[in-house]
Design a protein around this ligand. Structure first.
Ligand code: CMC
Length: 431
């Protein structure tokens, strides 16, 4: 017999179904709760709320497990590349050889921007944050591809997917070139996805950037590790926007905006700024930890802690190894890495962090790799956005394909003033 939860309210008992996932994770299904009882649930920050049923990514935060479509992240990181991983996440399976060729071909075909879109970069001030530019430009793709606003067959979906994956890196690199006042560098079709991105970032009309294969691999790995992470803030935003049947481009642009915040994707930038600050001020590790633990200070140890991982972040382990390799290969001795290592070691032994299960997350090391590669700090979150694109696309598609899908519309508990008249509200403010 299937498990049920019993809820007792106002002297009445209600039976609630229990849903069980592939890995035996369980949820009490409250979808009929309000209709049957008049009550809603309250879950500030959604820490206990399953907002959807999804077959894309599985996370077990207690045991540090992350799987894309059932495959462990460490295995994917070792054996795959970003485009194959993207295909897996979006379509639920690996491509055949022909499908992979066709997908690569589409990505190359769509790597350029429409000239009118390219001209839009001139309208942004030089100091504009690249995340603002990225969100605006991805949203403006809705204007340039009206035939893809209604995705009613698979071929349109593939067309939209290839455009997004391809153009996001062109837009990202163009936004960087614009911010430093350099000419935009066009992609060249004989390079791999990630190599092409680094070329657009670092080549100039008078010098061709020849990236080290290990650097290309490290960047590709970064994209793989960020490719999806189930119902995080930006992905939930994409699903929320998509649930109103908003088009893929505009839904994903909303995801970029959500990612920008420093408690989410903006953490990688915040980590590096924190490490630089510690270095410049010559602060000791105990001083930094004391500040992070002080409840009167709003300082947090950036790159530490995670809503879901309460043991370790499996991505942080993989990226830490990659980080060591890249720094060794490039012969870079970064003092910030020394500070990061000392900080991590001290925090991992500190009672405050141990008690609260706060461990280094993916952002703790990703900033150091990107700094070694030469990615400017304000582009860090943009790198995260390029990596997260497959996850956003796959989650948007899941909302569209769900025949029972409803618009996302949470309820609230109102605690403002009780009913009063216009005069009653205005009287205290009359002279
Ligand atoms: N430094 C110091 N104290 C912390 C930290 C931290 N980084 N993170 C959590 N805490 C404390 C917090 O003050 C609270 O203490 P108390 O119980 O005494 O009030 C306790 O730990 C629980 O924290 P919370 O804010 O309730 O936890 P949350 O699940 O709401 O937040 C988080 C998760 C990731 C936003 C948070 O840990 C944080 O702000 N970390 C720093 C920012 C960061 O690295 N973000 C990247 C997340 S990974 C990439 C991504 O998903 O985008």
């Amino acid at each position: 017999m299937s498990e049920k939860a019993t809820l007792s309210l106002d002297g009445k008992e209600y039976e609630l179904p229990v849903i069980v996932g592939t890995e035996n994770e369980k949820a009490v299904d409250i979808s009929k709760l309000r209709a049957e009882t008049g009550y809603i649930t309250y879950d500030d920050g959604y820490g206990n709320t399953g907002s959807c049923i999804s077959s894309i990514t599985y996370i077990d935060g207690e045991n540090g497990i992350l799987r894309y479509r059932g495959i462990d992240i460490a295995e994917i990181a070792e054996k795959s590349d970003f485009i194959e991983t993207a295909y897996l996440i979006i379509y639920g399976r690996f491509p055949t050889r022909e499908e992979r060729q066709e997908f690569n071909h589409l990505i190359v075909e769509h790597e350029l921007l429409h000239e009118s879109m390219r001209n839009q970069f001139q309208g942004f001030p030089f100091h504009a944050h690249p995340m603002a530019v990225l969100s605006a430009m991805i949203n403006s793709m809705s204007c340039f591809h009206p035939q893809l606003l209604e995705i009613d067959d698979e071929s349109k979906f593939i067309q939209a997917t290839a455009r997004l994956l391809s153009k996001v890196r062109t837009i990202a690199a163009f936004s960087y070139k614009h911010s430093v006042g350099q000419p935009l560098i066009y992609p060249t079709s004989n390079r791999s996805y990630t190599e092409n991105f680094l070329h657009m970032m670092f080549s100039a009309p008078n010098t061709d950037y020849e990236p080290d294969p290990d650097v290309v691999r490290a960047m590709d790995l970064m994209f793989i590790l960020h490719a999806d992470h189930e119902q995080n803030c930006s992905t939930s935003t994409v699903r929320m926007v998509g649930s109103s049947k908003a088009n893929l481009f505009t839904s994903v642009a909303a995801g970029v905006s959500a990612l920008w915040g420093r408690l989410h994707g903006g953490a990688n930038q915040a980590v590096l700024e924190m490490l630089m600050g510690i270095h410049e001020r010559g602060e000791s590790i105990p001083q930094v930890l004391a500040k992070a633990k002080d409840k009167n200070s709003d300082f947090r140890l950036m790159g530490f802690g995670h809503r879901v991982y309460k043991n370790f972040d499996p991505r942080a382990r993989i990226i830490k190894d990659a980080c060591d390799k890249v720094l060794y290969k490039l012969g870079k001795k970064d003092p910030l890495l020394g500070i990061a290592k000392d900080l991590a070691e001290a925090a991992l032994e500190d009672e405050y962090f141990v008690e609260r299960k706060l461990y280094p997350n993916v952002d703790f090391y990703s900033g150091i790799i990107m700094r070694a590669i030469g990615i400017p700090i304000n582009m860090f979150t943009v790198m995260f956005a390029i990596g997260r694109m497959p996850g956003w696309i796959a989650n948007w598609k899941e909302t569209q394909d769900n025949p029972k899908g409803r618009i996302y519309r949470p309820r609230q508990i109102y605690n403002g003033p009780a009913k009063r008249s216009y005069e009653q509200a205005k009287t205290p403010f009359l002279d």
